[in-house]
Design a protein around this ligand. Structure first.
Ligand SMILES: [Zn+2]
Length: 95
């Protein structure tokens, strides 16, 4: 297991491919340059577990410019985007 106190960054999210959704985990340990990526590819089912740099991309979605993290399956090469600042439930809505 990962001890969050040893981490300088953690992002839990999910990725979609067709109708499949898989959980993703991106984290970086304190004092390390490399990010760690753990997710099961929803396209080919490969269990990714690798280290590398964290790439971001800006895309237009829902009429807004948003920033996404990019994760890439090490087996089939499919790239998935994870929204960087995704509000939680009940956030930003008052009505
Ligand atoms: Zn894959």
């Amino acid at each position: 297991m990962i001890d969050v106190h040893d981490l300088s960054f953690i992002k839990k999210s999910s990725i979609n491919y067709n109708d499949k959704t898989e959980k993703t985990l991106i984290y970086r340990k304190k004092g390390e340059d490399q990010f760690h990526f753990e997710f099961k590819c929803p396209k080919c089912q490969y269990a990714n577990d690798y280290s590398g740099s964290l790439d971001t991309v800006k895309l237009r979605k829902d009429g807004k410019n948003k920033e996404f993290y990019v994760v890439k399956c090490q087996k089939c090469g499919e790239a998935f985007n994870i929204e960087k600042f995704k509000p939680g439930k009940g956030y930003g809505r008052t009505s």
